[in-house]
Design a protein around this ligand. Sequence first.
Ligand code: SF4
Length: 346
Amino acid sequence: MFAGKELAKDLIGKIQKTASAIPKDITLMEVCGTHTQTIAKYAIKSILPKNIKLISGPGCPVCVTSQKDIDSVVELALSGVSIATYGDMLKVPGTKMSLEGARQQGSDILIVYSTTDALKLAGSNKNFVFFGIGFETTAPMSAVAIKKGLCVYSAHKTMPNALKILVSSKNTKIDGFISPGHVSAIIGSDAYKDINAPQVISGFEAVDVLASIQMLLLQIKKREKKVETEYSRVVRPEGNTRAKSVIAEVFEPEDTEWRGLGTVASSGLKIRAKFAQCDAKEKFKDTLKHVKEPKTNSACRCPDILLGLAEPAECRLFKKSCRPDNPMGACMVSAEGACAIAYKTG
Ligand code: SF4
């Protein structure tokens, strides 16, 4: 059992009592892959009342990166551009191949742990691109590196408009969000104010998640829709103003495609014209214009999983042809991917 056993027992009792006073089924989405890991590690689903369901959301950055972006960076690699990126991105399948496949064909693909590593490796190489993915948590590091001259293919995304899509979609039925702690530390709790749903920004310990579930149930019971912060030891209403300022200096919002959600208005981070010399999409546009519309694996249910419409076990490839050592879709690649977590934890 984890630290905070007595607190956890108390919270479980409160959750059961509050849930019993809500006469309907409730679906809560944990947006962030790190929350999915905590929920799986401590088997939190197994102790929830029958009318409370948890579903995973689009908060794993590797999972939501579009196949078009994967195909584009593979194309750059095959054309002779050196690519640096985070390790998980190598395994995500593209239409022709993954970045790992490009590496096996002789392309220069480098794994980095930070943009500082990428800057060092880039040196004076004019044919060097950092494939930047992730949300408001990783975007400030990319922004700082761009200011220092690193050429970046930006697949960065911002979270609030994606949550609005989930709230307004007819296909999804989400009664409340366990909202991401790391992203919220940057953008602040005020960033979610115009999302019309109960939301609790949660920390990552099991007791944080349990406390957030209880806070959401209390909102639902009282028919409230507001943003609360359980992770108040880190998240402030205004967020991290320095990080937000460097993001705004280097990037501007653009419509962008998310795996699962499709195109989400103003949820991408495009490098501003002022930094065009560091924008791989500008610098290598002649190579990128040859990238065709992606062909997706129709058997892979990642889009449904990222919308909370299916569980990994409902995919016919799960644990058969699709495994962490042979991922057929993005959700099996990252440790934060719902399929990879389900594979490891059962
Ligand atoms: Fe896609 Fe594999 Fe998950 Fe199926 S098990 S949805 S193929 S990642």
